[in-house]
Design a protein around this ligand. Sequence first.
Ligand code: PAF
Length: 280
Amino acid sequence: MRTVRTTVELREALAGAGQVGFVPTMGALHEGHLSLIRAARQDCDVVVVSVFVNPTQFNDQGDLAAYPRDEDRDAALASGAGADLLFAPSADQIYPAGYATTVRVAGVSEPFEGAHRGAVHFEGVATVVAKLLIAVGPDVAYFGQKDAQQVAVVRRLVADLGLHVEIAVCPIVREPDGLAMSSRNIRLTTADRPRALALKAGLDAVAHAVRSGADPRDAERRGTMDMHKLGVEPEYLALVDPATFAPADDLTRPTLAIVAAPVGAVRLIDNLTIPAREEA
Ligand code: PAF
């Protein structure tokens, strides 16, 4: 695997490449990222992985400073999973002096993560994803279902800008006990780690309530109660439309249960697809 740091080197390396698969990351690779790289390896001729800790998508400078960075480790893991090219640009390469353009995806980027992390978060994500997709020019770009709202924002962005790329979404990878893999999990203390299971417990309770005939708001309440039993207060636990993130009212269509909660000092998110309920 070769590492390139500029878009010029990237284009040279990809000239004449066949089907290009692209996995954008902010590094700190874990099994979730590796599953995306492996999927790209299976589907495509050339696999590009980017590692760029995008400063514009952090609303909290402490979070940006604390973000784990270890390029050598990431490069070894990406290569082991089948990447051909690591694109590791500097901030100047992505945001040159005088940079003044922001991509804003209205609607789907506004509630939940958008409300909690501020408009800058998804503006930063949409801007960098648009820039990376233009720079790499992949046939397929791979994203994890764990960041479900990010997936919905990226799908809207790709449709609206008419980018010729297929968006492939890979399932959430979980620890054996059900905790969704995240770069943040290593910051959970030993005491907080068991409480982190509250997110999945809340989602499972919502799914169970939907199957038992509860209406959406009641299902959300039951999920919240199960999280309380593990001592965790959700920031939100909601049933939404997977494409728009508007509150779901019709459970005879597939919906998405989404949750975010602080566990000790670490903020975690998770989600679960809820199959359509048969009409009585
Ligand atoms: O999901 C991430 O790691 C980031 O939001 C992404 C898509 C690489 C953009 O910086």
